[in-house]
Ligand binder design. Structure first.
Ligand SMILES: NC(=O)c1ccc[n+]([C@@H]2O[C@H](COP(=O)([O-])OP(=O)(O)OC[C@H]3O[C@@H](n4cnc5c(N)ncnc54)[C@H](OP(=O)(O)O)[C@@H]3O)[C@@H](O)[C@H]2O)c1
Length: 336
């Protein structure tokens, strides 16, 4: 089988595709031929050595999600059979990495995939949809009529979040740094933004436009929830000022450039800034509920995820280079 290994921290040239012996399952394990490996920003930051918490030291195999078809089952496995389509549970790839053609996992760490979900997508659903569902539904319990601000509107997580918030009757405002993506996002059924704002717009600062939208929606005091992967410097400074009284800003990524932020409005607004890491749902009762909710909605077509591009494992350098450019909308997927 093939696996990708980060040989040293650094650029894409440090991604090496190796051929190793095919694995054999222990009694409680299954071997999965991965058909879909969702790529994530975390894979890139791990390769650069900026996310050692996730990667450890090289050599390591990147990748935190994946799905495929069971190729072998261990002797003690009774609830899985060869040919079934499965997705790895959240915790399964930790310390192993999914950039590989075959994955060995305990049968208990797999989730069966219903009909109606494309093979290409099955390994690229958890990170966008679970990240958004976990924070916005499980933790925040977004309510009908609430205004939710979703920065990085073209990102897979924000696109998933837009669908989840609309399903709950909320009002979605996406912000993007990329004027060139606006028309595509407006035409994309998966991107359910009521408003899309370009943060580099020179006609009027982005936060003024959002304030006007909130006022027009009847929320004179601002935005109820911000679900933010930028979360730094000037952007964060203005987000805090957009929050409604009692509002919450969830930080789930650190894409922005650090800078000085005056947090004083949080006091009179009785507002909160909270962090969110998807792993905190693993092992809870909500985990299984979230898997079922996502699979049901994707199978029914009510949740969709645009595919930015697909690459073979041998093309992993080109795949990460493309992702690093930041011109994409949705998910890049490796297809061994
Ligand atoms: N906490 C968690 O559990 C968790 C889980 C999954 C992902 N994440 C984080 O979520 C973020 C998005 O992940 P993803 O996989 O959805 O990424 P993605 O699909 O590759 O989207 C990246 C997008 O972020 C925007 N962006 C990039 N750099 C930016 C900057 N400096 N300032 C503002 N916007 C910037 C761009 O969108 P526009 O062109 O539209 O501006 C870019 O296309 C990453 O930071 C990732 O690490 C966190």
């Amino acid at each position: 089988m093939k696996q990708v290994v980060v040989t040293t921290f650094g650029g894409v040239e440090n991604l090496q595709v190796q051929t190793v012996t095919d694995p054999h399952p222990d009694p409680n394990e299954v071997i999965i031929n991965l058909t879909s490996i969702g790529m994530n920003q975390a894979d890139l930051t791990a390769r650069r050595g900026e996310y050692r918490l996730s990667s450890g030291e090289p050599p390591f195999t990147p990748g935190i999600e994946g799905g495929g078809v069971i190729a072998k089952v261990g002797g003690a496995v009774t609830n899985r059979t060869v040919g079934q389509r499965v997705i790895l549970k959240l915790g399964a790839p930790a310390g192993i990495g999914t950039y590989r053609s075959q994955f060995v996992a305990p049968a208990a760490d797999t989730v069966l995939v219903p009909d109606g979900i494309n093979d290409v997508l099955i390994g690229a659903l958890w990170l966008p949809f679970l990240t958004a569902w976990g924070a916005l539904v499980w933790r925040q319990n977004v309510q009908p009529g609430q205004i939710v601000l979703l920065p990085a509107a073209s990102s897979s997580v924000a696109i998933a979040a837009s669908q989840i918030v609309k399903q709950r009757g909320g009002i979605t405002i996406g912000t993007t740094t990329s004027p060139s993506k606006v028309e595509a996002l407006q035409n994309l059924s998966a991107a359910q933004y009521d408003h899309i704002i370009v943060t580099s717009d020179t006609a009027q600062p982005w936060w003024k436009t959002i304030k006007q939208i909130a006022q027009a929606e009847g929320k004179r005091r601002g935005v109820d929830v911000i679900f933010d992967p930028v979360a730094a410097g000037d952007f964060l400074h203005h987000e805090i000022r957009l929050l409604a009284k009692g509002g919450t800003l969830w930080i789930y990524g650190l894409l922005g450039t650090p800078g000085t932020v005056d947090v004083s409005p949080l006091i009179r607004k009785d507002a909160a800034i909270r962090g969110w890491l998807l792993n905190s749902i693993a092992g809870t009762a909500a985990e299984a509920k979230a898997y079922a909710h996502i699979l049901e909605n994707v199978a029914a077509g009510t949740y969709q995820m645009p595919i930015a591009g697909t690459f073979s494992l041998d093309q992993v350098n080109a795949a990460q280079t493309a992702m690093e450019k930041g011109t994409h909308i949705g998910k890049f997927i490796l297809r061994p």
